[in-house]
Design a protein around this ligand. Structure first.
Ligand code: SF4
Length: 225
């Protein structure tokens, strides 16, 4: 049990479900233990899928998630939509029990129609060039278009400097990825504060929203359990 740390629901009590595997390999990824089995990320650490990942049946997962007395379940990763078909029973079970669901996705996967239900929101974080991912992998037009067409979708871009905002504007103009939330890149309070200070005025000027990473402020870079 925790709070949502980022985006429009920041500060809301929630349960967090982190899934393994990702179809991107952002060099500054803050959850490399979900996918980086070769040490290609900035940390240089090669994690072990065998020790990091656990398989669980969706019925057991639903039971565990319902054990948390919170109104919101955040499903993140890695890239959770890589497993989206298998998540349908979990999501429908959560909704039936009165929970809301938010997916944290990198925006490269078209969402399954079975997940497009009242009470489900997609927080989409398209990656910019500084992620190190090739353009054709990080920008998937049909996925961005599909996600932008859904009620409630929020687009969250990780940025370091005002120069990054021009790249965000290009994506927004081209694929209609609004509303926009700009989030500073960083894994420490100091990095986040420096990047946020550098970005804030220009973000406000463009009429976009800002989000911090509340969990870093509270718990630092410590992994949840
Ligand atoms: S898309 Fe997200 S989880 Fe995947 S590598 Fe990039 S930052 Fe990490």
């Amino acid at each position: 049990m925790t709070v949502q740390g980022e985006g429009p629901s920041a500060g809301r009590r929630c349960a967090f479900l982190r899934l393994g595997g990702c179809n991107l390999s952002c060099r500054w990824c803050d959850t490399p233990y979900t996918w980086d089995w070769t040490g290609i990320g900035d940390t240089g650490v090669a994690y072990s899928a065998r020790t990091e990942l656990t398989t669980m049946a969706s019925g057991e997962l639903l039971e565990r998630m319902l054990g948390f007395d919170v109104p919101l379940v955040v499903i993140s990763g890695g890239e959770p939509l890589n497993q989206q078909r298998r998540l349908v029973p979990l999501v429908t079970g959560l909704l039936a029990a009165g929970r809301r669901v938010e997916f944290e996705t990198n925006g490269t996967v078209v969402p399954d129609p079975q997940l497009l239900l009242p009470g489900v929101r997609f927080n989409v974080s398209p990656k910019l060039a500084h992620s190190g991912d090739p353009l054709r992998r990080r920008i998937v037009p049909k996925a961005l278009r599909a996600l932008a067409g859904l009620d409630g979708t929020a687009f969250k871009f990780v940025c370091r400097s005002p120069e990054d905002l021009e790249e965000v504007a290009t994506v927004v103009d081209r694929w209609g990825t609004e509303p926009v939330w700009i989030m500073p890149e960083g894994r420490t309070v100091g990095e986040l504060r420096d990047h946020l200070s550098a970005l804030a005025d220009a973000v406000i000027e463009r009429g976009w929203n800002l989000t911090q990473r509340l969990h870093i402020d509270i718990w630092g870079d410590k992994r949840g359990v």
